[in-house]
Structures are given as C-alpha cells and as structure tokens.
Write a protein that binds this ligand. Structure first.
Ligand SMILES: Cc1cc2nc3c(=O)[nH]c(=O)nc-3n(C[C@H](O)[C@H](O)[C@H](O)COP(=O)(O)O)c2cc1C
Length: 323
C-alpha cells in the first residue's frame, strides 16, 4: 500500500506527469502553526539547481487543502498537493515498449499489464519525494524542537575528496553517463528508548522509510559494514554518565535509541536514465534493441537527496514518538 505509519500516517499520491503529486497526513496534533511558507526552505534544498541536475523546473508550491485553519493545524487530516506544470511527456513515448534499464519500467509494465502511467517514471519518479519532504517538514514540527537534523553528501563517484567531484560530474555528463553518491545524516537530541525490541526496532522503521526513497542501494548505522571487520572492543561504545562516549552503533542498541545522535549513511545509485547507448528488450517485438535515454535527467540525483534523507528520519521519529 502507499500509506506508512500508525501514529503519524503518511499517504502519497499522484505521479510525475499527472496533474499533481500530493501527501495526506493523519495523526498531526491540533494547534501547530503551519503555513505554506514553512515548506520553502526544505523544498528548495530538494529542487534541482545545478547543471548536474534535471532541467525540469517546477514551482513546487504546496497547496494546503485541509487540516489547517487560521494558520494552525486542526487535528484533522492534512492534504497537501503540488501541481505539475513542466512535464515533457512526449520524451517518454519512445519507451512505451522498450523499458529503460535500471528504472521501474520493466517490472511496472509487467505487473500492471501495460496500464501503469510511466510518463516521467510515474509514481516511481524522484518527483514523489516532494511528498516525502513535505511530510518531513510537518514531522519536524511535531517533534520536540531540540532535535537537530543535519545531512550532506559525503562521497560522490566513490571518493570523499570534494576537490574531485566537479571533474567527475563533468566527465559523466560529457559521456552521457551518471554517478552515485553517499549521503550522511545525523539527528542530535534524540531521547533514550525510542523503538521496540523487534519488528518496530528503530533501525527497521528508519530502514523502511529510507528504502522508500527511489534509488537507494544501501544503508549503514554507525560503523555499519565496517563493524564486521572490527573487534568487539573497538566497535562497542563505552557508556558514560551522559550515555555512549562514541557512536559505533549509530545511536541505536537493541532497536532502541541509546541517547547518542542517530547516525546513518545512505548509498544512492547512479541515475539510470543515461543518454549513453544501452541495450534493452522491445516487449512488443521481443527483439533486443539499443536505446539512448533523451530527456531531462539528473547526472547525480543524490545531490538533491540530503533533505529527503532528513525527511525520512523525521517521519520515522514522528512515528516512534508516542508521547
Ligand atoms: C530526487 C530524485 C531524483 C531522481 N531523478 C532521476 C532521474 O532524473 N532519472 C532517473 O532515471 N532516475 C532518477 N531517480 C531515481 C529513480 O526514481 C529510481 O531509480 C527508479 O524509480 C527505480 O527505483 P530503484 O532505483 O529504487 O530501483 C531519482 C530519484 C530521486 C530520489
């Protein structure tokens, strides 16, 4: 289904080239000041701005349709929608029967028997993360205000040396190719004890949200995969009077937050839609064909993802905080 959560319930709807992308939020307490202006800063961080990001330019203006009255939340479900206006749907006619490798095209064409609206990747598009960012903005307002979210790209094209990034991006762009990146996120001020021992462990809830972001390929908490090469004496976090003294476990032990900052790293794949020639199957003729994806695509969509990862964390925490 397309609804997440019990305490903070988030439903997304719409499609990349449909009339709107939107989100319906339930479980938001009454009396929180909320206006369209509150969304500006985070939406701007998600919007494309450089030559390495899509040339599609949308206003991304939130329209609050319900749940807010006189500038405050009412306790009723909040519906927010974003009108699409800069679609170039004809760019996608070429892929009606030739799925673009790496995208949702092939499984969606098979699963929905040709009925899915895959213009601009439809409901699988990175554009759906507008809804996620909007839900994150409201989640950040519900959560205790002392929580501090911080996120950034820390690795691009396999290197953390920032001086190399522009050259790598230019090279990929000239080659009609793309790059992936790693985004780190920390949340400071999280109290001890959020999460449940098993299915709703804090990592499980966070992972559910993080892996809902299109294009995510990996997630690490604290030392992450490096922990498997460490000794216990190295990985364990000694405990002081104010909690853990280092953060190898990323702020979670036994599925419960331990008072240290939540600390995670998210691996994003390189953009699938590339103009470099690839091979695919024509589902009508059953012949293999070459395909070059024209249209407007991010060379490295992960550049736009730090705020989306923050939103995922905020939604997860809003779900886990149960007064
Ligand atoms: C903000 C954002 C922008 C994206 N832009 C593109 C894009 O321009 N072209 C593309 O092929 N994929 C893009 N993606 C990734 C696809 O949506 C994703 O790869 C696709 O739906 C398949 O899902 P999967 O990679 O999780 O398997 C973007 C993702 C995000 C989060």
């Amino acid at each position: 289904m397309n609804t997440f959560g019990n305490n903070y319930r988030v439903s997304v709807f719409g499609a990349s080239h449909g009339a709107v992308v939107g989100v319906l939020l339930d479980g938001v307490p009454a009396g929180i000041a909320l206006s369209e202006a509150d969304f500006e800063a985070d939406l701007k961080r998600r919007a494309p701005s450089s030559i390495y990001e899509t040339a599609r330019r949308e206003e991304d203006k939130p329209l609050i349709l319900s749940g807010v009255y006189n500038g405050y939340t009412t306790g009723a479900p909040i519906c927010i929608e974003f009108r699409n206006s800069d679609q170039h749907s004809s760019d996608y006619k070429a892929f009606a029967h030739t799925p673009r490798p790496g995208t949702a095209d092939y499984p969606a064409m098979v699963k929905y028997d040709g009925y899915a609206d895959l213009r601009g990747s439809g409901p699988f598009s990175g554009r759906m993360t507008l809804a996620m960012v909007a839900a994150g903005v409201v989640a950040k307002k519900i959560l205790p205000q002392e929580l501090a979210f911080k996120s950034e790209v820390v690795e691009l094209g396999g290197t953390s040396d920032r001086s190399l990034w522009e050259g790598l991006l230019d090279g990929a762009r000239k080659d009609g190719d793309s790059l992936g990146a790693v985004v780190s996120c920390t949340v400071e001020g999280v109290p001890v004890g959020l999460g449940e021992p098993f299915w709703d462990s804090c990592e499980s809830v966070l992972a559910h949200l993080i892996f809902s972001i299109p294009g995510v390929r990996g997630l690490e908490f604290g030392d992450g995969f490096r922990a498997s090469a460490m000794r216990g004496s190295e990985h364990n976090d000694p405990i002081g009077p104010l909690g853990p003294l280092k953060n190898g476990s990323g702020g979670i032990n036994g599925g419960l937050t331990n008072g240290a900052a939540l600390s995670l790293r998210v691996a994003f794949k390189p953009t699938s839609s590339i103009s470099k020639v690839q091979n695919t199957l024509n589902l009508q003729t059953h012949q293999r064909e070459d395909l070059s994806v024209r249209g407007r695509h991010d060379v490295c969509f992960a550049l736009r993802c730090p705020v989306i990862v923050e939103a995922a964390c905020a939604i997860a925490l809003a779900e886990l905080f149960k007064d």
